[in-house]
Design a protein around this ligand. Structure first.
Ligand SMILES: Nc1ncnc2c1ncn2[C@@H]1O[C@H](COP(=O)(O)OP(=O)(O)OP(=O)(O)O)[C@@H](O)[C@H]1O
Length: 322
């Protein structure tokens, strides 16, 4: 992959929602026709893609931004999709991390699942595949396992309210560094899945267990960064001559796709947050600042060439995505 292709930035403009229309809000973003460019007041911003409003149709986000990453996953490349934006801007909706398994959600993760299992169907005669998922959240700088089996047992009986309680009372997971410098999460659930439905059930279970709360700007605001990780291990079946082995020079090809729904950046004045919500907001903004610093350090070609410091250790979010 060319360096210039390593990071792509797309903006997805959501329509005004009912409470905003009732408050007399109007669109403040103008999309430049046929260009990936938007105007906000006197400022102009250019991205790789613009979806929604007068840009490309929202339904095409997956095809333009994520299908190439799923393709790369099957070729052994790691990739990350991050949804970043102000609280209430539509990150959870876009990623599909409010998945309930009823098929109504057309967010990015449900489409990734569909695409992966379509591809599995076409390679199963030549390749043995092992697919695992984990789903964690970083809430107030602590990492929690959204697929913790204790919470799933309670979920069956008591529904969402109980799930929220369990999510908050669980023991946090420790981040460990391996001898080779890799990052692992001690004891995190890594569930093996064989079908799209099975993967969907883990997404739905974790979505329900995630910490949410109400603020002035979003009645169902995510108070945590959520990371749904799909790990794909491929081993060629020896009787077949697979191009995979020739490409990678390895018998087993392993790659991860991280799908991240970040908590929204907030201004306490506008969210009306105080007490616990305010403390959550401070942690959220700190994590997002650390992420921004890491991305700028990586994006600075001169610093990168000089082997400049990348501040991964400034937050759990950046350590995990390291
Ligand atoms: N593309 C869209 N079309 C229609 N409604 C949308 C769209 N995107 C978001 N919404 C609606 O906007 C509201 C806020 O969306 P969402 O909860 O996804 O925001 P968020 O960025 O995840 O917020 P937070 O950071 O507070 O968690 C929800 O009611 C959601 O249903």
């Amino acid at each position: 992959m060319e360096a210039a292709e390593c990071v792509k930035v797309a903006v997805n403009i959501r329509p005004l929602i009912t409470p905003e229309l009732l408050n007399g809000c109007t669109d403040c973003i103008t999309v430049v026709p046929k260009e990936p460019q938007v105007h906000i007041g006197s400022h102009t911003f250019t991205y790789d893609f613009v979806f929604g409003n007068a840009g490309l149709p929202c339904l095409e986000i997956y095809d333009h931004c994520c299908a190439p990453l799923v393709d790369a996953l099957f070729k052994g490349y790691n990739a990350t999709v991050l949804a970043y934006g102000q609280t209430g801007s539509g990150k959870t909706y876009t990623m599909g991390t409010n998945y309930s398994g009823d098929g109504a959600n057309c967010g990015i993760i449900p489409k990734v699942m569909e695409d992966i299992f379509k591809r599995v169907g076409t390679t199963k005669d030549s390749t043995e595949l092992l697919i695992r998922v984990s789903f964690i959240e970083i809430f107030k700088e602590e990492v929690f396992d959204l697929l913790d089996s204790n919470s799933s047992a309670l979920l069956k009986n008591d529904g969402a309210v109980q799930a929220k309680h369990v999510a908050l009372s669980r023991a946090p997971i420790q981040i460990r560094e391996t001898a080779s410098g890799g990052i692992t999460l001690a004891g995190v659930t890594e569930a093996e899945v064989k079908t799209k439905e099975e993967m969907g059930s883990f997404l739905a279970r974790g979505s329900l267990a995630r910490a949410t709360g109400s603020t002035n700007m979003n009645s169902q605001s995510s108070r945590s960064h959520a990371i749904f990780t799909i790990t794909l291990e491929q081993k060629k079946i020896s009787s077949c001559s697979s191009t995979m082995t020739e490409d990678a020079g390895e018998d087993i090809l392993c790659a991860k796709l991280h799908l991240v729904d970040l908590a929204g950046s907030e201004r306490a004045k506008r969210t009306g947050a105080d007490g616990m919500r305010l403390k959550e907001g401070i942690h959220i903004n700190k994590g997002l600042l650390a992420l921004g610093n890491v991305i700028s350090a990586l994006g600075d070609e001169r610093k990168r060439k000089e082997g400049g410091h990348v501040p991964y250790r400034d937050s759990k979010l950046t350590r995990l995505l390291q």
